[in-house]
Design a protein around this ligand. Structure first.
Ligand code: S3P
Length: 184
């Protein structure tokens, strides 16, 4: 059984959708941020603060390498997982990558004021948010087998859309790897 890997920007609902999707498909659910926190026994904001972003990215990559070997899991990835091509290669080997795409205004509305997002803990979080968004949006698109525009959808509708697309093999036109539902 292949994994289903959820990617997307902060605030796109990867963990919420991931849990619901896992329930529906009877898969296990894992979240790379939670795995990093369990491994280090530290909160992500503390890892950023005390050890810096490069240290966080290194631990994140270890966690991704481990979880990518699993089977039959729904994996919600931290928003920056796509920055490292090795992460994506590992996840693609045994998984279908689903990008939860949304308008940046909607995403910013969801994450503004959040104290658990260290990347936005800067003097002008809004400017930083849009800067990171524009740096990353192509990475998400390129990594994805399936892109779901979640901007106007409720969680249950997003889950339904994902499962319907998977059933009908409607993945990204550039990717042929998951053209049959039987591969799930
Ligand atoms: C990050 C997103 C966060 C977390 C860390 C870095 C990012 O996860 O991994 O704060 O680089 O976008 P969420 O996408 O779950 O917020």
């Amino acid at each position: 059984m292949k994994n289903i890997v959820l990617i997307g920007f902060m605030g796109s609902g990867k963990s919420t959708i991931g849990r619901l999707l896992a329930q529906k498909l009877n898969y296990d659910f894992v979240d790379t941020d939670a795995l990093v926190e369990a491994k280090t026994k530290q909160q992500i904001k503390d890892i950023f603060e005390k050890r810096g972003e490069p240290a966080f990215r290194q631990i994140e990559a270890q966690v991704v390498a481990e979880v990518a070997k699993a089977e039959g899991k729904v994996i919600a990835c931290g928003g920056g997982v796509i920055l490292n091509s090795k992460n994506i290669q590992a996840l693609q080997k045994n998984g279908l990558i689903v990008y939860l795409k949304a308008e940046p205004e909607v995403l910013y509305g969801r994450v503004k004021g959040s104290e658990i997002r260290p990347l936005l803990n800067v003097p002008d979080p809004e400017a930083r948010f849009y800067e990171i968004f524009s740096e990353r949006c192509l990475h998400y698109e390129k990594a994805a087998d399936l892109i779901i525009d979640i901007t106007e959808l409720k969680p249950s509708e997003i889950v339904r859309k994902i499962t319907e697309n998977l059933k009908h093999g409607k993945t990204h036109p550039n990717r042929r790897r998951f053209s049959r539902a039987s591969q799930l």
